[in-house]
Design a protein around this ligand. Structure first.
Ligand code: AMP
Length: 445
């Protein structure tokens, strides 16, 4: 072998790293994710939402036709590629378009309306990674198909707020109306007229928005643009009569059910398919996200949604009014984490099973399962051979008792129970170990 070859061989290849904007969610966080998912599933099932599981890969045309070709999401942020068959496919950037596709594909218009669905899973957007913004994030999406009534909008907002409340979040709901698609076209003309003379003062993104996706001029976060649009004509002042009535009725429903909200004429949402009600839910940004001592971070959007009466028809289905919303789970979980520390007792192990010698370790498997099946939270480290190292681990885990099974105990049909606090050990009958431990754990609680 040539010398240079052998040198090459020796250099260990670099461990592949996470892609930028992606993250692993470690077991330490699992309790929070599970709690949020379970709370959501309970509330949604109580309100008649059925869970639907959707693929993460869809035809690119699904998103182009629904979200809109000129939106940031479709024009810049999708993970799109040709599959082996040469078809253009995309990782879904959100879930609503797939929900509408599934509604049509499974003939759900033949079911009693409204059809309420929810889904949980990842969405992919090639965005600039920053705090709270990932290229893969998880969404909880809930959709109500087949009702154009204002009460449906109010119900979605009510359910979303209920989840925030149950998670102990101090969330604010910002509501707006985008009116009908036709009235919005007229409004966009007014907005452009207002913005064109100020073009040179706009940020680079807004300069582009002036020709494409102009409505988003309104929700630019740049302070300069915000100031410029503070006196722009507002959507809510230019609503068609039907949308105005609809909006008032949604607000009345919210008032009636004591859902607090703020009217926010600058909520426009980044997707083309919305009409009438649009809303966002925010929480105060976590302090660690604020740069500089005096800086105040903009509130963090944990979710948003609205009405999308034209979406199903756009995809070739029969006209079906619909309304829905999506939570960003990373942000929801992170806000929840700050309100509620994980309860220690719920998952903390109670007993450590230590075994000594090959025969005892073989039997320890069965004993572990007996303890686990009886409801005792038990841990073991079958690979560690010395008693000392096993007891050190038991100590680190903070268990109340260690159960020690050695060769001698195995022959005698006994085990040793060691109180980890005072080190006192007692020999007990193997057949009585579950009862014995339960009795002691009850006392030590
Ligand atoms: P949207 O439909 O874009 O408003 O997304 C719904 C929710 O998903 C937002 O309110 C955020 O909480 C969350 N979200 C959207 N994009 C991202 C992202 N890149 N990273 C993390 N969360 C996101």
């Amino acid at each position: 072998m040539a010398e240079s070859d052998s040198k090459k061989k020796k250099r260990a290849p670099k461990t592949p790293e996470l892609l930028r904007g992606f993250r692993d969610i470690l077991p330490e966080e699992a309790w929070y994710w599970q709690h949020v998912r379970e709370t959501a599933a309970r509330i949604l099932s109580d309100y008649g939402y059925g869970e639907i599981q959707l693929p993460i890969l869809e035809a690119t045309s699904l998103f182009k036709r629904t979200i809109g070709e000129h939106t940031d999401i479709v024009s810049k942020e999708m993970f799109t590629f040709l599959d082996q068959g040469g078809d253009s496919v995309s990782l879904r950037p959100e879930l609503t378009a797939s929900m509408a596709r599934a509604y049509i594909e499974h003939g759900m218009f033949n079911r009693p309306q409204p059809v309420k669905l929810y889904s949980v899973g990842p969405a992919f957007r090639y965005e600039r990674p920053q705090s709270g913004r990932y290229r893969q994030h998880n969404q909880l999406s809930l959709e109500l198909f087949g009702s154009g009534e204002p009460v449906a909008d109010a119900e979605v907002i009510f359910v979303a707020r209920l989840l925030c409340e149950q998670l102990g979040l101090d969330a604010t709901i910002h509501v707006n109306s985008l009116g009908s698609a036709e009235a919005r076209e007229e409004y966009v003309r007014l907005l452009k007229e207002y913005a064109k003379p100020k073009r040179s003062l706009l940020c680079e993104d807004c300069k582009k928005r002036l020709t494409k996706n102009s409505l988003r001029l309104l929700d630019c976060k740049e302070p300069g643009c915000r100031a410029l649009f503070a006196s722009a004509p507002l959507l809510v002042d230019n609503l068609d009569e039907e949308s105005k009535k609809h909006f008032v009725s949604v607000l009345e429903h919210l008032d009636e059910s004591s859902v607090p909200y703020e009217l926010d004429p600058y909520i426009v949402r980044g997707l083309d398919y919305y009409n009438r009600t649009a809303f966002e839910i925010t929480v105060a940004a976590p302090p660690d996200d604020v740069e500089g001592a005096d800086a105040v971070a903009a509130p963090l959007a944990i979710g948003g949604g609205g009405r999308y009466d034209g979406l199903v028809e756009t995809l070739g289905g029969r006209a079906t009014p619909a309304v829905g919303m999506a939570f960003g789970l990373e942000r929801l979980v992170s806000a929840f984490k700050k309100t509620k520390p994980q309860p220690d007792s719920e998952k903390a192990p109670q007993v450590f099973l230590a075994s000594l010698g090959e025969e005892a370790t073989k039997h320890a498997f069965t004993l572990f399962e007996t303890l686990r099946a009886s409801g005792i939270r038990v841990r073991a480290s079958f690979g560690k051979s010395g008693l000392k190292s096993q007891l050190e681990l038991a100590d680190k885990l903070g268990v109340v008792y260690a159960v020690i099974l050695g060769q001698k105990e195995l022959l005698d049909g006994t085990v040793i129970i060691r109180d980890m606090e005072n080190g006192i050990q007692e020999v007990v009958d193997l057949a009585k170990i579950v009862d014995e431990l339960k009795k002691r754990l009850k006392k030590s609680r």
